[in-house]
Design a protein around this ligand. Structure first.
Ligand code: ARG
Ligand code: ZN
Length: 846
């Protein structure tokens, strides 16, 4: 059934204490739970969630329940009111579960001989009978018995002996933050002293052999802990902080209290096996999970509709952290690239939903770029509206007022209203309405006055036909014709459907730089010619808009090329000064050389009322790369030579930026040299960044046979590197080869499809090959659907998540649409389809 926000009711009992005992065994683990309960609504039955549990016994205040006292179903246990005391009481249950049979990787499961858990959002109900909802918060005591050397749970260690350990988490928490890990693990140790002098033991737990790949993550953790103290005044609150790396994991990582569990991909790193972008992501994800300790754990969500309360805020916090650790403007541009490529795409398709949805069937389907990344943009807009000091005051109030509570978006907005005195009623639309606003701007110049007139409109989305005007912060600056800034960045607040803003007393007509720093997640529609864009690319003082001007030039050029035009000479000219400007950061120049993706171009063509042709888009992009290389061959060769980084590899932003620029030059030059430089680099590379960059360039040329084989021979024993091998061959190969190659790779003995990383590498690689996935034969669609159907009974969460590859299908021609529709129908008609995948397919069919 459908779960609705409007149906929220408080839980009729308070849980004051939880004690759990685990007797671990792969096929038959016993879980005993003792819950101390206080009735809050006389006469209410006690309803506990529970799935796939074998009930052994249940007792209240020591008395076994009789068959008439309760009702046991597939989804839970209800104890009738008549069987319940009116005063506080204790419920004891014992259940049996089978972690080794758990392939869905939700609840308690096994990964390479080690026990681990994933409880968010609703996995705890697969461990024991419990009110599995985030507004029920309680302190947990856990005893683990099992014949394994390392036995971990949340909170502080209390006592341990051979084959057992006890943990106590004093901070009341919802069940989704529960975690247990048991295995033959080794620790990479560390320690941290908090601002107030508390000594915290740190550990990163990995399987033996991986301990030398934890150093970077450990240092990132310490930087995160320090940053949360200085930027938000938040200290860590336990004696120990453990991180565990597991190979089989549905998502990136999980913020369980005091015991974060990570996909090993986002912990383990060495120069030989991880790329610069892996290092950056690891730092960001370590920070993200750590930051959840305050934004998520100490203050959690009242219900799952409020997910973006913790996720949007925590993403905003990790983005701010990375911006300070590395190059702020470059980080901002990267975040906006991701937002537009993935969130704008979601917002414009059949899966569009508000950052705070009001109904769902399966909450796991709502861990989306809209909840996370758009959620973060909304926090960024709030900060822009109230200013840095206002933001800090609002956050201080939030922690003060709501520590220990399970909150809503309304609570969150209220602290901003109370701290700043502003009315945010209109601003709230950002949370409760789907869709990306279109913001059209026109200019008028008269009598030393520049008038900017904005018009906003948000297209309909599923279930929401009418959209109210949004409160939009629009950061604007004005430049004189010689490039001086005559009006520094000013935030205009748009609240009407149509609104004008004037700048007076200007001697000459300035050039407006609009939506600086991407101050709102909107699509800016501005009639602007190439010369103005080239001017902003050369002179804008706002780094985001400087990059954006070049990006808009490239996008316009590619859209015309996809419809048969040749490369735009003005765009090629405008790139020259950027390439040559040694004062510009290499990482920034690398971004300027990065063309919009094929998927983004399809999105832009669709938005312009055209039917995108994937083959034409692919050809246009390849042709523009060749044209850039031809026009700027000398400058690119010079960059390629000058950006080589001498000495041992360091993952820091500065050398990483140089490598990024060098590899961007390589990808272009390889269109001219037949891959000679890339082949040489592949042969001599001492780190994965360069090795993988060279391999990718060769794959794109269709000339990587020897290198692909050599890479496999060298790395076949390394699961994380082999994921890259599967992904890159499909994502970058000539599109005509993609579907056939996917079939071949699925036959490779190393294609362990039950491992989510490996599955995502192969299927994600195929769907990232835009023209390959959308091949007019339908071979890409069919292969992809076959595998979703096969994975669904094993791991519904990952199958459902991967189905988003189909979300753009309505952009394309009737032939492709019919092919996708057939595949969606075929999936929908599969018997026993999971709730996860059936909800997705139903929404995708629209
Ligand atoms: N809270 C985690 C994070 O953002 C994500 C876990 C989501 N897991 C899931 N099965 N839906 O860091
Ligand atoms: Zn998160």
């Amino acid at each position: 059934g459908t779960i609705r926000l409007a149906d929220y009711r408080p839980y009729p009992f308070e849980v004051t204490q939880v004690a759990l005992l685990f007797r671990l065994a792969p096929g038959a683990t016993r879980v005993r739970a003792r819950l101390d309960l206080v009735p809050r609504q006389p006469g209410a039955p006690l309803r506990l969630d529970g799935e796939e549990l074998r009930l052994i016994s249940a007792a209240i205040d020591g008395e076994a329940l009789g068959g008439n006292d309760y009702l046991l179903t597939e989804t839970g246990l209800t104890i009738h009111a008549a069987a319940l005391p009116e005063a506080p009481f204790t419920l004891e249950t014992e259940v049996e579960i089978a972690p080794e049979a758990n392939t869905a990787l939700e609840g308690l499961y096994m990964s390479k001989g080690m026990y681990c858990t994933q409880c968010e959002a609703e996995g705890f109900r697969k461990i024991t009978f419990y009110p599995d909802r985030p507004d029920v918060m309680a302190p947990f005591q856990v005893r683990i018995e099992g014949d394994l050397p390392v036995l971990l749970s949340n909170g502080n260690p209390v006592a341990q002996g051979p084959g057992w350990a006890e943990w106590h988490d004093p901070w009341p928490k919802p069940a989704y933050l529960f975690a247990l890990v048991a295995g033959d693990l080794v620790a990479h140790p560390g320690s941290f002293t908090t601002a107030s002098g508390r000594e915290v033991t740190l550990n990163i737990w990995v399987r033996p052999g991986d301990e030398d790949r934890c150093g970077f993550a450990m240092e990132a953790l310490k930087r995160s802990m320090r940053w949360d103290e200085t930027a938000y005044g938040r200290e860590y609150d336990l004696d120990i902080f453990n991180i565990v790396a597991v190979d089989d994991f549905n998502m990136g990582a999980m913020e369980n209290k005091g015991l974060n569990i990570f996909n090993s991909k986002w912990v383990l790193a060495s120069p030989e096996t991880a790329t610069d972008s892996d290092f950056e992501r690891i730092e960001a994800i370590i920070a993200h999970e750590y930051f959840h300790n305050w934004t998520g754990n100490r203050i959690t969500c009242r219900d799952w509709f409020q997910l973006c309360l913790k996720e949007g805020l925590t993403v905003f916090r990790d983005q701010s952290f990375t911006a300070e650790m590395r190059l702020g403007p470059v980080k901002r541009i990267e975040d906006v690239i991701l937002l537009r490529a993935r969130q704008f795409r979601e917002d414009q398709g059949p899966l569009a939903h508000p950052p705070r949805p009001d109904h769902y069937k399966e909450i796991n389907n709502f861990y989306t770029v809209t909840v996370y990344e758009k959620g973060a943009e909304i926090v960024g807009m709030l900060k822009r509206l109230v200013g840095d000091a206002g933001y800090r005051a609002a956050l201080d109030l939030y922690f003060d007022r709501h520590d220990g509570q399970a909150c809503t978006i309304e609570d969150w907005l209220k602290v901003f209203e109370d701290a700043s005195g502003r009315d945010l009623a209109q601003f709230k639309h950002w949370y409760v309405e789907a869709g990306t606003p279109r913001l059209r701007v026109s200019e008028d110049w008269a009598e030393e006055r520049l008038t900017l007139t904005f018009e906003q409109s948000t297209p309909p989305s599923p279930g929401q036909m009418e959209k109210a005007p949004r409160h939009i912060p629009i950061a604007v600056g004005l430049l004189s014709p010689n490039g001086d800034e005559v009006v520094p960045t000013t935030v205009l607040e748009m609240t009407e459907a149509r609104q004008s803003f004037c700048f007076e007393g200007l001697a000459t007509r300035p050039v407006a730089s609009i939506l600086r720093d991407f101050s709102a997640p909107v699509i800016l529609e501005r009639a602007q010619n190439g010369a103005e864009r080239a001017f902003l690319l050369a002179h804008d003082t706002d780094p985001f808009n400087r990059w954006e001007a070049g990006n808009a030039l490239a996008r316009a050029c590619l859209m015309e090329m996809a419809e048969g035009a040749g490369p735009d000479g003005a765009y090629l000219d405008a790139l020259g000064p950027v390439l040559a400007d040694a004062a510009l950061d290499p990482a920034f120049r690398a971004l300027c050389l990065r063309l919009p993706s094929e998927d983004e171009l399809a999105q832009a063509l669709h938005a312009a009322g055209k039917i995108p042709d994937p083959d034409a888009i692919h050809a246009a992009r390849a042709a523009l790369m060749r044209a850039i290389a031809q026009r700027h061959e000398a400058a690119l060769s010079e960059i390629y030579a000058a950006m080589a980084v001498p000495g041992p590899y360091q993952p820091d932003a500065e050398p990483a930026g140089r490598r990024a620029l060098r590899l961007a030059a390589l990808a272009l030059l390889s269109k001219l040299d037949g891959g000679a430089r890339a082949r040489a680099l592949f042969a001599e590379a001492q780190n994965m960044t360069e090795s993988f960059g060279a391999l990718s360039a060769l794959i794109a040329l269709g000339a990587a046979e020897a290198e692909t084989a050599a890479f496999r021979t060298r790395w076949q024993g390394d699961r994380l590197v082999m994921d890259k091998w599967f992904m890159a061959q499909l994502a970058y190969c000539p599109p005509g080869l993609a579907a056939g190659l996917a079939r071949d790779l699925a036959e490779d003995p190393l294609f362990d499809w039950k491992n989510p990383n490996r599955f995502r590498a192969l299927m994600g690689g195929l769907s990232a090959n835009h023209a390959g996935f959308h091949d007019r034969s339908g071979a890409g669609y069919q292969f992809y659907a076959d595998w979703l159907i096969r994975l669904d009974p094993v791991n519904p969460q990952t199958a459902a998540r991967m189905s988003t590859a189909f979300e753009t299908w309505r952009r394309f021609d009737p032939g492709r649409q019919a092919l996708v529709r057939d595949e969606l129908d075929r999936i929908a008609a599969t018997t026993g389809l999971s709730r996860d995948l059936s909800e997705m397919v139903q929404r995708l069919r629209g």
